[in-house]
Design a protein around this ligand. Structure first.
Ligand code: ARG
Length: 266
């Protein structure tokens, strides 16, 4: 059974602005955020059948809910992120402690090498893709590649609304890829096309990418994704996936949705 790390939204808020989605004057409705998060958990645990590990939320760290950014886990090794913005750097010790207390071997990069975890590193079993420029530093990828013994193709993120790779790129089981082509430059698009054949690349319409269509959690043939993306749903269902839409607009105020709220532990 696959397992995901999550963090309840007890202290989730918009306390600062570090991406174009966040506006302090567009505050979170806390009870609505809790309901949406709980629905996401119910879908993941009961409909998809994954195991969910809840970490303790911390007051003053509103973005700790986005556990995709904790780091990258492979086997018993956890490489903890180095956040770009000081507002989120304070999360690093909490993620590191969570992994250490559960017996993971905790790895880190040098402090100046920003890298925001599974938000910027995604892929298929042997080829990984790394998103850079907005948050992670391209120089992190050769190190990660050495540590995890995987090829990592760097992809520059050229649109600040799609500031983490997981906002515009979602590898699916069976080798399909959901993505927003315009979030990449022509080099990036060519690199993607070289690795993922035409019939396996599912391009999401921009209006749905702006509703976080690519920020989906895929487990086997099941895809948990934000509600309000009918064309993406159709693309997926036509390829034999079963979709589970969840309302996550409170989290979109912070620039995240289903995928950002989870970290794969295996
Ligand atoms: N407010 C958070 C930030 O800007 C959102 C992070 C979303 N996470 C993700 N994996 N895309 O850092």
């Amino acid at each position: 059974m696959s397992r995901l790390l999550v963090c309840p939204p007890d202290y989730f808020q918009i306390d600062y602005e570090i991406n174009p989605w966040m506006r302090r004057d567009n505050g979170v409705d806390p009870s609505r955020a809790v309901r949406q998060w709980q629905t996401l958990m119910t879908v993941l645990e009961q409909e998809v059948g994954v195991g969910v590990e809840r970490m303790q939320p911390v007051q003053g760290l509103p973005d700790l809910v986005f556990t995709a950014n904790a780091g990258v886990v492979v086997g018993r090794r956890a490489l903890v992120s180095r956040f770009r913005y000081p507002e989120r750097q304070r999360e690093e010790v909490h993620f590191a402690r969570w992994f250490r207390e559960r017996g993971y071997e905790v790895l880190t990069l040098e402090p100046s090498l920003h890298f925001e975890g599974a938000g910027d590193l995604l892929g298929f079993p042997d080829t990984w893709f790394g998103g850079y420029r907005q948050r992670s530093n391209i120089r992190a990828f050769p190190k990660l590649s050495e540590i995890f013994q995987r090829e990592i193709i760097p992809l520059e993120l050229v649109d600040s609304r799609f500031y983490h790779l997981d906002t515009c790129f979602c590898p699916l089981s069976g080798g399909d890829l959901l993505y927003l082509p315009s979030a990449f430059d022509s080099y990036g698009r060519a690199a993607i096309a070289e690795r993922v054949s035409d019939d396996r690349r599912l391009a999401v319409p921009e209006e749905e990418a702006l509703r976080f269509a690519c920020n989906a959690v895929c487990v086997g043939k099941q895809v948990v994704m934000p509600a309000g993306c009918p064309r993406t749903t159709r693309l997926l269902e036509d390829r034999g996936y079963r979709t589970h839409p969840v309302h996550l607009d409170e989290f979109m105020k912070s620039g995240g949705a289903a995928k950002c709220l989870t970290l794969a532990l295996d």
